[in-house]
Every structure is written in C-alpha cells, then in structure tokens.
Design a protein around this ligand. Structure first.
Ligand code: OSB
Ligand code: MG
Length: 370
C-alpha cells in the first residue's frame, strides 16, 4: 500500500438528541475524518476521540496533533504491506490509542479495497448480520426514560443499555423492569462509583442485568476484581481496557466476565481482533460498544462485530438513532428488527458522501510525501 496523500478533516455533526452520561452531555459530535489516497484507491476512517476528555484523556485536539505530527508522516514515509504494520511503526508513541486506531482503520479500509474485499472479509468475519441494542442516555425523568425505552423496544432493539449515576439507578431500573418485564437490560455507569458504594452496587443484583458496565474508576482493574467477587451481576469493562495486555490482566484477576470492545479505545481493528480471540478462548463474552460514531465508524463496528465471538448485541444502532443525515449512503439501517446487515461492498462498504463531508467540515489539512 503506497499512500501518497492524507487529508485530515475536523468535522462537527449535531446529534438528534443530547446524549447524557454520568460524565457529561454531548450535543454536537466533534470528530476527525481521515482520508488516505494512493494507487488510485481511497481509505476512510473516523477518530472517536471526543471534544472534551470526559471518557478518556484523548480529545479531538490531541488526536489531531498525534495524527499530524507522527502518524501521517509514518504512513507517507514508505509503503506498507498490512495495516498491522502501522502499529509497529508507531510503537514508540505511548498511548493515544484513538489516534492510532483512526490511522489503522483507514489503512484497513484501503487494504480491503485493494484486495477487492469488504472489511468483514479482510478481518475474517463470519456473520452476515449482527444483533444490535441501543444505549439510552440519562433522561430528565423516569417517564422520559420509559418513553424512550418503549420506542426502542418497538423498533426491535435486542438489548437496552441505560446510563446510570449515583442516586439515579435503583428507581429507573425498577421502573423499567416493572413496565417492560424480562427484557434484555444492562446498565453503564461510566466510572461513576467506587467500592464505597458497594451497598448500592449489590442492590443492582435484584434487576437481573445482563451486566454492569464500568462501574468503577476509568483506570482501574484491581477494584473491579474485588467488586466482581461480591456481585452476581457480571461486570463488563469498557474504559479501563486499552490493549490485549489489559484484557489479559483483567481476566486473570477476575475483574470482569465480559469486555466491551471499542476499536478506538484499544488502538484499532487488529487489537480488537486479538482481544476477541483471547476472550473467545478464555470463555469471556465480548460485544461491540459505540462512541456515537458517524456512518464511517459505524461500518467498522459492524465489520468487527461480524467475528464469531461477538455474541451480545452491540451499541451499533442504526444511523437514524443519532443523525438527521449521515455521511454515508445508504445510512446504516436495521434489515429486520434488531438486526443490521454487515456491509458487503468494498472496504467499509457504504459510499462516503463527499458533499455531506464538505458541509460538516470546519477545518482540513492535506499532507503529501515530501
Ligand atoms: O460508555 O459506552 C460508553 C458514548 C460515548 C462515550 C462512551 C459511551 C457511549 C455510549 C453510546 O454508551 C454508544 C453508542 O450508541 O454509540
Ligand atoms: Mg461504556
């Protein structure tokens, strides 16, 4: 793969509804779009770093800097045979998984297109369709929450994930169980609790949740192991797994029974596949999380979720759960209730819309071989 030109764009897209979690509110999604060009081919990706370091230390600004100063020169420097090579070349950069993942994913799109394959084929995916759930933000009132959940259940989503925070968990979860019965339900705390909250966390066992996602600190594995030992509900890690090594440590310590794999958080598709393979061998369930991606990132999520170990419905909802108008054509939609088709076209598999990208771009820079 000979990359001759790289275009970085800083874009902004308004969410249909503000998305509230225990860490803050997101209304306008700000993100970076990566475009690679060479050999008459193009590779696209998006970077999931957010505008504010609520979820992780990376932001749009730090990711732009790491891409521009290091990753772009590394791909322009000399040809690559496989997307994995960028992670070796970038091995001297500590952390910054989301910036690295953005470059690696663009290389995967380019690579798959160069081989005449879809991303899922290039990754060795085995499913034609993936089951999808929906992540519901914290609502102003329990009634608002019930209305949202009702709508999503009617649309056919196969898992309901509700965001919780201290003081805002027992009542909403009880209300959902009372109204909707035995639906596939889970909660995501985004690191809002500590072991001091053990009494509340234990009370969550009564709701028969599929899992509780990242209850404790964003950088913790050890306390999660102490918590899991005291809970019946499976603990799922999100924020604190950045690599296969983190996953191995978490599993060996008994810190979780489930891992939410996010391509950006773990540094790309190759790392996602490695974590998936490790978890499949060790009886740990995995599923594909989301970062409120545009259609571009959504296609990558669908491709990784086509691997056989992704058995729990992902946060890979259709475009219409987030956007008035997506940047890919056609947008991601459910083929049947709760099922999204894994794209089969070349690379990410949906046409990227240049005119729509131009509309949402606030700043762009082009880099060529020097
Ligand atoms: O913790 O999974 C999370 C969105 C942004 C940052 C973190 C998280 C989320 C979500 C939404 O839960 C998932 C999605 O619908 O893309
Ligand atoms: Mg989460």
């Amino acid at each position: 793969m000979k990359i001759e030109r790289v275009i970085l764009r800083k874009a902004k897209m308004r969410l249909l509804q503000p998305f509230r979690t225990s860490f803050g509110v997101e209304q306008d999604k700000e993100f970076i779009i990566v475009q690679l060009e060479g050999e008459g081919l193009t590779g696209w990706s998006e970077c999931v770093a957010m505008d504010v370091p609520f979820y992780s230390y990376e932001t749009v600004v730090t990711a732009w800097s790491i891409l521009k100063e290091y990753l772009v020169p590394l791909v322009l420097e000399k040809p690559l045979d496989h997307p994995r090579e960028i992670m070796e070349r970038a091995g001297f950069i500590r952390g910054h998984q989301m910036a690295k993942a953005a470059m690696e994913c663009a290389l995967w799109d380019f690579y798959a297109r160069s081989r005449g394959e879809s991303l899922a084929q290039a990754l060795g995916g085995s499913k034609d369709q993936v089951e999808v759930g929906v992540s519901v933000g914290i609502q102003p009132t329990v009634d608002d929450l019930l209305n949202q959940v009702e709508g999503f259940l009617e649309e056919g989503y196969r898992k309901i994930k509700v965001k919780i925070e201290p003081g805002n968990e027992l009542k909403p979860l009880a209300a959902i169980r009372e109204r909707f019965g035995d639906i596939p339900l889970m909660a995501d705390a985004n690191s809002a609790y500590s072991l001091d909250d053990i009494d509340i966390l234990k009370q969550l066992d009564q709701f028969d949740l599929i899992m509780i996602e990242q209850p404790l600190a964003y950088d913790d594995i050890f306390d999660h192991a102490k918590l899991q030992a005291q809970l019946d509900t499976p603990v799922c890690l999100d924020e604190s797994v950045h690599s296969l090594r983190d996953a191995e440590a978490a599993v060996e310590l008994g810190a979780c029974q489930i891992i939410n794999i996010k391509i950006g958080r773990v540094g790309g598709l190759a790392a996602s596949k490695d974590i998936h393979d490790f978890c499949l061998e060790n009886g740990i369930d995995v599923w594909c999380g989301g970062m409120l991606e545009s259609g571009i990132g959504r296609c990558f999520n669908l491709a990784i979720a086509s691997l056989p170990g992704f058995k729990i419905p992902g946060d890979t909802s259709g475009s219409d759960r987030y956007w008035q108008e997506d940047i890919i054509d056609p947008p991601v939609t459910m083929a049947a209730p709760g099922l999204v088709t894994v794209p089969t076209g070349l690379g990410l598999g949906h046409r990227v819309r240049p005119e729509r990208i131009e509309e949402i771009t606030e700043h762009e820079e082009t880099f060529t071989q020097s």
